[in-house]
Design a protein around this ligand. Structure first.
Ligand SMILES: *[C@@H]1O[C@H](CO)[C@@H](O)[C@H](O)[C@H]1NC(C)=O
Ligand SMILES: *[C@@H]1O[C@H](CO)[C@@H](O)[C@H](O)[C@H]1NC(C)=O
Length: 348
């Protein structure tokens, strides 16, 4: 029964379209959809029907994508190769896919992207590269992705990215870099991302956000910075987010809870378009006496010491001034009475 059901579409497509289907795959809708999932394939099978627009090669054992593996597949719009063991894309591997709109290469073993990776992918809207072993993004490999809207690079090992890595991606809406090893968010990296609405940087090693790094992101609605190494932030850096409404996720960082930090968050909370969503979950790491306390629970306490010392200084200065004045007045009076006595003596 199962066999009949599985072979029915093959039979139908053969009957209707007279198009070939690789024996390992199932072809539907007169070969528009080609399903080669879970077949233990070691290579992209030859003889894929040229008219197909969806090809699913997920859950196989592909290790490489050879040059021109997809030759002649001009109509392909969706190519799924998730959960294989792909470690290399040979030159020109994707070069015939001019109309491809979605490419899924997640859950593979890619350590790097070849320089010509995106050369023919100018129609691509969505690229999934999550759960690979990528370490570095250079400025050429994503250079052809001028239509791209969604880019998932989460759960790789990315430590560094060339300043121009995202330069061509001016239509990008969503960038997911969760679960990498980034240390610094640099000025200029996102300078062309005016359309970006979601930027996910959770669970990296970010300890520094450079002053102008966020300023180009005029459409940002969500910025994820949970689980990084942030100890302090500057108010100015976030004030640069000239958006209508941006939600910030900032818990799970080793915050140094001092008056400075409290003031920064106090100010951020007064900026109407900025919303720290998880302020209640932000826990102090330093100084030792505050470690483990939620920042929210220390509200206004941290600046008390500072306010007190300002008060003490003010009072001391005031007292000194008053003292001087009193002394001066006293001296003046003394002199006055001396000279009065003098003139009385002379008068007599
Ligand atoms: C990945 O593919 C293997 C077969 O190669 C399959 O057994 C496994 O269930 C797949 N994993 C996921 C998460 O889909
Ligand atoms: C994380 O960043 C710190 C500097 O803040 C650096 O010393 C450390 O090596 C980084 N760790 C990784 C895994 O990159």
């Amino acid at each position: 029964m199962l066999n009949v059901m599985l072979s029915l579409p093959v039979f139908l497509s053969a009957a209707v379209g007279f198009k070939l289907c690789p024996s390992a795959c199932l072809c539907y809708e007169s070969s528009d959809l080609v399903d080669c999932r879970l077949r233990g394939l070691l290579q992209v099978p030859p003889g894929l029907p040229h008219g197909s627009w969806l090809l699913d090669l997920s859950d196989n054992r592909l290790t490489e994508v050879h040059t021109r593996s997809f030759k002649g597949l001009w109509s392909l719009k969706i190519l799924l190769m998730s959960n294989n063991s792909i470690h290399s894309l040979q030159p020109q591997a994707l070069s015939s896919l001019h109309f491809l709109e979605k490419l899924d290469l997640s859950f593979n073993r890619l350590r790097w992207l070849p320089p010509d990776f995106s050369q023919s992918l100018s129609s691509l809207l969505e690229l999934q590269l999550g759960h690979n072993l990528l370490q570095h993004l250079d400025s050429s490999s994503l250079g052809g992705l001028e239509s791209l809207r969604k880019l998932d690079l989460s759960h790789n090992r990315i430590e560094a990215m060339d300043a121009g890595a995202f330069r061509s991606l001016s239509r990008l809406r969503l960038l997911n870099l969760d679960g990498n090893r980034l240390n610094v968010l640099k000025d200029g990296l996102l300078s062309r991302q005016q359309s970006m609405t979601v930027l996910l940087l959770n669970h990296n090693n970010i300890s520094q956000i450079e002053n102008e790094a966020l300023s180009p992101l005029r459409s940002l609605t969500l910025l994820g910075l949970r689980g990084n190494q942030l100890e302090r932030i500057r108010f100015k850096t976030f004030l640069q987010l000239q958006t209508t409404s941006t939600h910030l996720h900032m818990a799970l960082n080793p915050w140094t809870c001092d008056c400075d930090l409290q003031r920064v968050f106090g100010k951020i909370q007064h900026v109407r378009h900025l919303h720290v969503e998880d302020y209640q979950d932000m826990v102090c790491h330093r100084p030792a006496q505050q470690a483990g306390s939620p920042l929210a629970s220390l509200d206004s306490q941290l600046c008390v010491a500072e306010t007190a010392s300002v008060l003490v200084i003010t009072i001391t200065v005031l007292l000194a001034v008053i003292g001087t004045l009193v002394k001066a007045e006293h001296n003046r009076k003394n002199k006055q009475s001396q000279s009065d006595a003098e003139s009385q003596r002379l008068d007599r």
